[in-house]
Design a protein around this ligand. Structure first.
Ligand code: HEC
Ligand code: HEC
Ligand code: HEC
Ligand code: HEC
Ligand code: HEC
Length: 191
């Protein structure tokens, strides 16, 4: 609590009036967003389809080494890395039906095909999300050569994606910005 007051006081001194108004408004909802972030923790049952990153992006036997950018292609050119549309799954899964535990096609891949047939997007739950008033530009990090693994861990080895670096605090951002000589100006992340 004291720390937050202190940051606020510092902001009042340091930042332009507009920014100050915004930072104060954030005081309360920072707490709620922390709770929201913790609720995002989930197990294999949490997603509408049990999508295995390791099978698709891993380099081991029976894994297909698909580049991260094939599915998250906007990461290098926009703030958001984006999630793939069902159409990009169907490029393969109109043909590849996998195998279910009792023979026959995989029920998980059948679910993907079901979304496609109904022309519905898959309602994935978000794993990583920063507080509303923080700007996180993927493209700036990718073009500076920061690897996905620096922030998301070894995703290509994960059967169910796990969140590393939790929660996404300001201190975490600033520590790396200090190490890598990136800006720590309040207004690059808050505006
Ligand atoms: C480049 C081809 C390719 C693309 C694109 C692709 N997949 Fe796959 N996927 C595969 C292959 C190959 C397997 C392994 C199938 C097997 O085990 O026989 C697989 C396996 C799976 C499985 C595991 C099935 C099981 O029961 O073990 C799921 C679920 C799945 N894919 C969902 C998706 C979703 C959702 C997308 C789109 C976001 C997608 N895939 C995009 C090739 C692809
Ligand atoms: C075949 C498509 C495909 C490939 C290849 C792929 N992903 Fe994904 N990714 C997805 C899908 C679908 C989701 C949403 C389901 C989930 O969370 O598991 C996702 C979710 C994520 C998320 C969590 C997003 C959130 O909700 O916050 C991260 C981080 C991520 N991927 C990173 C990677 C990285 C890093 C690679 C390369 C090692 C990669 N992905 C390769 C399809 C893919
Ligand atoms: C410097 C840290 C960092 C790096 C590097 C990074 N991400 Fe992220 N990623 C984040 C943060 C923070 C979020 C939450 C962003 C938000 O809420 O706006 C996120 C969110 C995502 C999401 C959820 C959807 C979205 O667009 O917000 C996906 C998918 C994702 N990242 C994939 C990737 C992939 C693939 C790479 C590598 C090409 C990558 N990320 C590199 C920190 C990073
Ligand atoms: C692993 C290291 C790392 C982490 C973690 C990281 N960043 Fe960065 N960030 C960088 C680097 C490197 C740059 C690129 C600086 C450049 O282009 O000169 C950058 C650039 C930025 C920029 C653009 C700065 C400008 O000068 O316009 C913003 C905004 C930003 N990061 C926000 C964030 C936020 C928000 C977080 C935490 C949620 C975060 N970053 C976490 C390394 C990191
Ligand atoms: C590199 C990005 C980055 C920079 C630079 C940055 N912040 Fe933040 N800030 C964040 C992130 C991410 C959060 C969200 C933390 C959370 O939700 O837990 C945050 C949260 C806050 C909060 C909410 C209170 C709290 O404790 O969560 C305040 C106030 C704040 N920042 C003020 C500032 C001020 C003042 C500066 C300049 C001295 C600054 N920030 C610079 C990324 C940044």
């Amino acid at each position: 609590m004291i720390k937050k007051q202190w940051i606020l006081a510092m902001a009042v001194v340091a930042v332009a009036l507009v920014t100050v108004a915004f930072v104060q408004a954030r005081g309360d909802d920072a707490a709620t967003s922390d709770i929201a972030q913790q609720e995002v923790e989930y197990g294999p049952e949490g997603q509408p389809v049990a999508f295995p990153h390791n099978v698709h992006a891993g380099a081991g036997e029976g894994q297909y080494q698909i580049d991260c950018m094939y599915c998250h292609f906007s990461a290098e050119r926009s703030p958001s890395a984006g999630l793939p549309a069902v159409a990009s799954c169907m490029g393969c899964h109109s043909v590849i039906r996998g195998e279910g535990p009792e023979g026959g096609p995989s029920p998980e891949i059948d679910k993907v095909r079901g979304f496609w047939d109904r022309q519905e997007p898959i309602p994935w739950n978000r794993i990583y999300r920063v507080a509303d008033h923080v700007q996180f530009p993927h493209m700036r990090h990718i073009s500076a050569g920061v690897d996905c693994t620096a922030c998301h861990g070894q995703v290509q080895e994960m059967g169910v994606i796990q969140r590393v670096e939790q929660p996404l605090t300001m201190g975490w951002c600033l520590t790396c910005h200090l190490e890598m000589g990136a800006s720590r100006d309040c207004t690059v992340c808050h505006y």
